[in-house]
Design a protein around this ligand. Structure first.
Ligand code: ASP
Length: 336
């Protein structure tokens, strides 16, 4: 009997050590998302709206997290997570996108794979239900990186992606925002710029790190209200709105696109991390300071190869959420 007890104890502690060693070997994984940065103030938000955003952000990040937990790729996690936000009218991406000066939509999206540095993007599309999937298809099934307008839509059809009538994307809330802007301000006037500064938010983005150490990043947006002349922002531009590199980090940005393009935001952050070994939070702050110095504002999410996360912004708020390997969830809207 005594021998049996001793044997059982040895087996028990032996197993314990194995499990510990195995978990030590386990690589980190994690996921971070944003739903846009801007003048998001608690005083302008009803408890119901706040709850709706928190619930949708939680739903989106859980979709990606469970893919990663089950050994799926960061690419799949980013795509499926962004679908949840594109399909929700709450965000300025897919359904619920802001309207152009002609009261139409023109959707932009991009994706980058940190393992291969492959990338894909689409700009100015009006019928592709999930623009992020079209960006990924450009990467995987075309010799190009960026397609725009009608050509991008024809390509999406050849890929069997879902297309919808443009009306699908248009919501009452965005129609009212456009009407208010157009009735109160002249195009490109200082008043319009300040209105846009105070009403712009809702672009979505996601960065994920999978169990194989691969980072992927994606961004999807309707751009800015009242945009004209085929205006394209930073979101579909690799290096500005989106960037991923397994040697440094993945980044997705949201903010005043013109300033983010000029500051090459996403790559600027990754370059500091790669060349100077700057911690991601510090790198993100440095870059957003450069954006602010030019007169722009917005935010970024960053995830590095060790699973560290940064969610930085210089606006009043940014819809954002992070979930680590342990499944600990952090959902935030305002500063602090
Ligand atoms: N960056 C987007 C654009 O300029 C807008 C946003 O993120 O709010 O198109």
């Amino acid at each position: 009997m005594r021998y049996i007890i001793i044997l059982s104890l040895l087996t028990f502690f032996g197993c314990g050590n194995n499990t510990e060693n195995e978990s030590k070997k386990e690589v980190p994984f994690g996921i971070v998302i944003h739903g846009g940065a801007g003048t998001i103030l608690k005083k302008n938000m009803t408890p119901e709206m706040e709850e709706a955003y928190r619930t949708k952000l939680t739903e989106a990040i859980q979709v990606g997290h469970s893919i990663l937990k089950n050994g799926g790729t960061s690419a799949e996690a980013v795509e499926k997570t962004i679908h949840v936000m594109e399909n929700s009218p709450l965000f300025n991406a897919g359904k619920g996108a802001v309207l152009t000066a002609e009261a139409t939509v023109a959707l932009d999206a991009s994706f980058m794979d940190g393992a291969t540095q492959n990338a894909g993007a689409i700009a100015g599309v009006q019928h592709i239900k999930n623009p992020i999937s079209a960006a990924i298809a450009v990467m995987n099934h075309s010799p190009h990186v960026m397609l725009s307008g009608k050509g991008a839509e024809q390509f999406a059809v050849t890929q069997g992606l879902d297309t919808v009538p443009m009306q699908y994307f248009i919501t009452e809330r965005r129609r009212k925002a456009l009407e208010k802007l157009q009735s109160k301000t002249a195009f490109h006037s200082p008043e319009e710029q300040s209105f846009l500064k105070n009403s712009r938010y809702g672009t979505v983005g996601c960065v994920a790190l999978d169990k194989n150490g691969n980072i992927a990043a994606g961004t999807s947006t309707g751009g800015m209200t009242n945009k004209k002349w085929g205006r394209i922002g930073d979101a579909p531009i690799i290096g500005a709105g989106t960037y991923a590199n397994n040697n440094s980090c993945g980044v997705s940005a949201t903010g005043w696109g013109e300033f983010f393009i000029r500051s090459v935001v996403a790559y600027d952050i990754a370059a500091q991390v790669e060349y100077k070994k700057t911690p991601i939070k510090e790198a993100a702050k440095n870059t957003l300071d450069k954006v602010a110095a030019l007169g722009g504002d917005g935010g970024v999410i960053v995830l590095d190869k060790n699973g560290n996360v940064a969610m930085e912004f210089n606006t009043a708020g940014m819809y954002r959420a992070h979930m680590n390997k342990q499944g600990e969830l952090d959902v935030k809207i305002y500063k602090n």
